[in-house]
Design a protein around this ligand. Structure first.
Ligand SMILES: [Zn+2]
Length: 228
């Protein structure tokens, strides 16, 4: 149901090739960076010509990252349409399918750099991306992945930001996308109904189908999640 293809070359060429292949969705993975170690927020860039699906998909991803990693969301409820003063727009605006550019965590924030380097952190990031694709593209199809910075003809040595404590943005972005690709290609049927999962790290402890209109309530005092 899902097939993943990694696109390389200059950004415009990646997008044009994904268009030619009729990919259903396009994802470019980055990590954010700043001169200060303080920033702690998640944001998704969409093209200036983004569809409603791209925007909703981006917001869903940014919100899910924020609740899983205890970050804030930045931009307009998690998205920056058209990028940082135009930066990032060209990475997406040539796509003919919904497309998002992910900036989930900061390479310049020491705690977040540790998460990015960890196997567990990468699996968590990959899983959220996979779940976002299942939710917004339940019909399956070809998903286009692009590793930010790496594999450009114009600047083959670019690896993006350096992580505090070692490593580069692009190398870890690639690790996350590779994990997401394996997970996506293993999905053999997308649940037709809403699913409730109890997770510990990346492990699913409990899973059940619930009604689309069920109103769940969490009672923190009793530690009970009530399904109607
Ligand atoms: Zn980047």
């Amino acid at each position: 149901m899902y097939k993943v293809k990694f696109y390389k070359g200059n950004y415009i060429k990646r997008q044009k090739n994904a268009n030619k292949d009729k990919a259903i969705a396009y994802v470019e993975q980055h990590f954010n960076s700043s001169a200060s170690s303080q920033p702690n927020y998640s944001v998704v860039i969409t093209g200036s010509n983004a569809s409603t699906t791209s925007k909703n998909w981006g917001r869903w991803y940014a919100r899910s990252i924020s609740s899983s990693f205890a970050t804030k969301v930045s931009g307009d409820n998690g998205i920056l349409v058209g990028g940082w003063n135009g930066r990032g727009d060209g990475n997406l605006k040539h796509t003919e399918m919904p497309a998002i550019l992910l900036e989930p965590l900061f390479a310049s924030n020491p705690q977040q750099a540790d998460i990015i380097r960890s196997e567990e952190g990468q699996l968590k990031l990959a899983r959220i991306l996979v779940e976002s694709i299942e939710r917004f593209f339940p019909q399956g199809g070809l998903v286009a992945f692009s590793v930010g910075h790496k594999y450009k003809k114009s600047n083959p040595k670019d690896r993006g930001a350096t992580l505090v404590g070692g490593g580069t943005e692009a190398d870890y972005a690639e690790k996350v996308l590779k994990k997401a690709a394996v997970m996506l290609e293993q999905i053999d049927n997308i649940p037709e109904q809403r699913t409730l999962r109890v997770m510990q790290g990346d492990k699913v402890l409990f899973e059940t189908v619930i009604d689309e209109d069920d109103d769940l309530s969490w009672d923190a005092q009793r530690g009970v999640l009530q399904i109607p």
